[in-house]
Design a binder for this molecule. Structure first.
Ligand code: AP5
Length: 214
């Protein structure tokens, strides 16, 4: 299974990627998670990335492309991968095509999750995330069993810096300008399947799985 999950911030890419990795046994490659881990570790990459992430801007293409090139070259990605949050610009998509060609890997399937803007704002402003394992929760639609504690690993849940309403709106603008053109890009290559991202996470998962298997 080689797949890309496309969609605006809050569409459920991370939630679906975690469910899909369990079903298909391939790793989730989330550029957002990799960048947040670098920020938490205080590495030079993390310090640079934080200046973009905190204001809802994209980290420069060359930085993110380098991260994905290294990650896809690791042995666990030989059997497949689920890209979550990459590519996000046409330049990133073109770089990915070149990388896959070089690795002799097949072209991925692309699933675009569709969710309206007000629902996205609601999902992101109520999101709580586990900084230890990355598991996403929501104060209303998917609360943890014990308030503030991750069901999966017992970590203390946080609200992401970029999940404040003003930054959410900025991220959505960036999505429309930089990332939405990828829908046409992958449609033209015959790789795109569009999936309604509304409804319970389990229902969306059934739709995404059908799109990937069909
Ligand atoms: P990243 O971490 O990739 O964030 P994003 O794309 O903005 O996506 P999110 O993680 O916010 O949302 P999601 O679609 O994964 O939704 P989730 O499943 O969590 O990127 C963060 C930043 O890093 C970027 O702004 C940029 O600065 C930088 N970056 C990352 N990649 C980059 C790249 N390639 N190039 C340049 N810069 C890059 O769900 C959201 C909430 O909704 C949760 O609370 C969840 O519980 C809830 N939810 C999920 N599904 C449902 C459902 N079906 N019904 C109701 N609620 C649901």
């Amino acid at each position: 299974m080689q797949a890309i999950l496309l969609g605006p911030p809050g569409a459920g890419k991370g939630t679906q990627a975690k469910m899909l990795t369990e079903r298909y046994g391939v790793p989730q490659v989330s550029t957002g998670d990799i960048l947040r881990a670098a920020v938490a570790a205080g590495t030079p990459l993390g310090k640079e990335a934080k200046t973009y992430m905190d204001r809802g801007a994209l980290v420069p293409d060359e930085v993110v492309i380098g991260i994905v090139r290294d990650r896809l070259g690791e042995p666990d990605c030989r059997k497949g991968y689920l890209l979550d949050g990459f590519p996000r610009t046409v330049a990133q998509a073109e770089a990915l095509n070149r990388m896959l060609k070089k690795l002799g890997a097949p072209l991925p399937r692309v699933v675009s999750l569709e969710v309206g803007e007000e629902e996205l704002v609601k999902r992101l402003s109520g999101r709580r995330t586990c900084p230890a394992c990355g598991e996403p929760f929501h104060v209303e639609s998917h609360p943890p069993r014990v308030e503030g504690i991750c069901d999966k690993c017992g970590g203390h849940l946080i609200q992401r810096e970029d999940d404040r309403e003003e930054t959410i709106r900025r991220r959505l603008q960036v999505y429309r300008k930089e990332t939405e053109p990828l829908i046409g890009y992958y449609q033209n290559q015959g790789l795109l399947k569009t999936v309604n991202g509304l409804g319970e996470a389990g229902e969306v998962f059934a739709r995404v799985s059908r799109a990937l298997e069909g």
